[in-house]
Write a protein that binds this ligand. Structure first.
Ligand code: NAI
Ligand code: MG
Length: 342
């Protein structure tokens, strides 16, 4: 505990609270003892088989369950579980007050019993994404991605021997070769192509009915962002991009961790004839601004029945990848339809 206080004091000498928090977190990643001490007093985010524990407040909105490490220890005792399970928690961040935040998957415990004791529900991550707001959704996504990485990285791919994590869970080391593994993300470019008047959206056959999205694709080894963008647009819809600009980026936890880099790109109106590769996309079309605006105002399909015929007026997208626009719905019902996002 003394060392944690030293790190907090050292961090608090910095003028910026952001710098202070980043230094505090870095200290926890580098020193197992300090991290272990910080864990005793940490905020905990619980998961059950990679689904986060959410609580519904009086206004009907959802939040992550607010638990402290001591609550989790009591929970483990109550359920007759090994208290050392707490040591498997993974560091995910810290509060403005330099209080460490950890996540822990208690998938070995009885789900219903934990829900009852904590007064919450374990909710699938995709659904949680639409139920949580503000800073909570990305934090929960990061937590789940790190937990999943630990669950699937128990062995060294060079020696086949077990790997062991540091206390923060920011790396794993092969006990035999000493090779250090870090959590992995795949870089992806997502691009909204415009011909000056309209924007280009496409859908894969696996998307929920009515969902159209900007084009996306994984970066190949050795490619720059602009090379990926140009190649993906050429491969998927047969167009040559003239220019592009970077817009923003986001960690995307589905189905594995991707680092999404969002861009705008333009093509010449004279060369905007689409040649869709149907092995990748079921459909791709140009949409006017008005079509996009009215689609975003239309509630998503509630399942059942055949999709409207191609080209019919109803066949405009009922949901244009609200995950990318950052919109969230407080109503859990449409989540059933939206939660199968790409
Ligand atoms: N509009 C979209 O397609 C959106 C995509 N995303 C995310 O972006 C990711 C990439 O989009 P896609 O169109 O599916 O990519 P894509 O157009 O590159 O096609 C996917 C194919 O690329 C290959 N591939 C190459 N590197 C890969 C890697 N590191 N991991 C998995 N497959 C790899 C596989 O054969 C896979 O079937 C998706 O997994 C999804 O999570 C998110 C929002 C929208
Ligand atoms: Mg693609």
């Amino acid at each position: 505990m003394l060392r944690v206080l030293q790190i907090v004091r050292l961090s608090s000498r910095c003028s910026s609270s952001f710098v202070s928090r980043m230094r505090f977190l870095n200290g926890l990643k580098q020193n197992d003892d300090v991290c272990s001490a910080a864990l005793q007093d940490a905020h905990m985010f619980l998961f059950h088989r990679l689904s986060p524990l959410l609580q519904r407040n009086h206004q009907g909105t959802f939040r992550t369950a607010e638990l402290r490490a001591s609550d989790v220890q009591s929970l483990l005792e109550n359920l007759g579980s090994d208290r050392t399970l707490l040591q498997e928690a993974v560091l995910i961040g810290c509060t403005e007050q330099n209080q460490a935040q950890f996540c822990l998957d208690i998938g070995g415990l009885d789900q219903a019993a934990v829900e009852e004791l904590c007064g919450g529900t374990f909710v699938d991550l995709k659904k949680s994404f639409f139920l949580l707001s503000g800073a909570e959704a990305p934090l929960v996504a990061k937590a789940q991605a790190l937990l999943r990485w630990h669950q699937t990285s128990g062995f060294c791919s060079a020696t086949g021997q077990p790997t062991h994590r540091n206390q923060a869970g920011s790396q794993r080391t092969c006990s035999s070769s000493g090779i250090i593994y870090y959590p992995k993300m795949s870089p992806v470019v997502i691009v909204l192509v415009s011909d000056g008047e309209r924007c280009l959206l496409g859908r894969q056959a696996t998307f929920p009915r009515g969902l159209y999205s900007a084009l996306a694709g994984f970066c190949d080894m050795g490619e720059t962002l602009e090379e990926t963008l140009s190649r993906e647009v050429a491969e998927e819809v047969g167009l040559e991009v003239q220019s592009f600009s970077f817009s923003s980026s986001q960690h995307w936890p589905f189905p594995q961790s991707s680092f999404m880099m969002a861009c705008h790109a333009s093509v010449s109106p004279a060369y905007s004839q689409l040649c869709v590769d149907h092995s990748e996309l079921e459909d791709a079309r140009w949409f006017s601004q008005q079509e996009v605006l009215s689609a975003l105002q239309t509630p998503p399909h509630r399942g059942g029945g055949a999709p409207p015929p191609s080209g019919s007026p109803q066949n405009t997208p009922s949901l244009i990848d609200s995950s990318q626009s950052g919109s969230r719905t407080p109503d859990p019902e449409p989540v059933e339809n939206q939660s199968d996002l790409v």
